[in-house]
Design a protein around this ligand. Structure first.
Ligand code: ZN
Length: 136
């Protein structure tokens, strides 16, 4: 189900709790809402649809990638950039890493480890900030 986008910075500043198999509907809603905003959005976290669960989705080839409980376990090669956010107005400067390794659970709750670089890495870092209550 497509959910409205949350814009309240007080709400978005809260930390999300770990997701479980019981939160699959939240994951599906996140995917549906992401698809509806795909023209101007490359990633989304569950708190952006009002759910404080550690679930994110990123634009990925061949299809959007849903991640439950993503954790960045390695990062390298920092750079300065600025990012916009569907939940917030404007752009803000931030430091990101060109290479990351992320551990997460996929839609079937299988544990996966992925090495990502450049834009994919940047999106994951932005969305993981969201689940930690960090607004960029
Ligand atoms: Zn954002």
């Amino acid at each position: 189900m497509i959910r409205p986008i949350e814009h309240d910075p007080m709400f978005l500043a809260q930390k999300s709790s770990a997701a479980s198999k019981a939160d699959r509907q939240v994951g599906q809603d996140l995917l549906d809402t992401f698809q509806a905003h795909r023209q101007n959005c490359i990633g989304m976290a569950a708190n952006m649809i009002g759910q404080l669960k550690a679930i994110i989705v990123i634009d990925f080839v061949p299809q959007p990638l849903l991640m439950y409980n993503p954790q960045i376990i390695q990062h390298a090669d920092p750079y300065e950039t600025s990012e916009g956010c569907l939940s917030l107005e404007g752009k803000r400067p931030t430091t990101r890493f060109r290479q990351i390794t992320v551990v997460f659970y996929d839609q079937d709750f299988n544990k996966r480890i992925l090495k990502l670089s450049d834009l994919y890495a940047e999106i994951v870092q932005h969305e993981v900030d969201h689940i930690n209550g960090v607004l960029i």
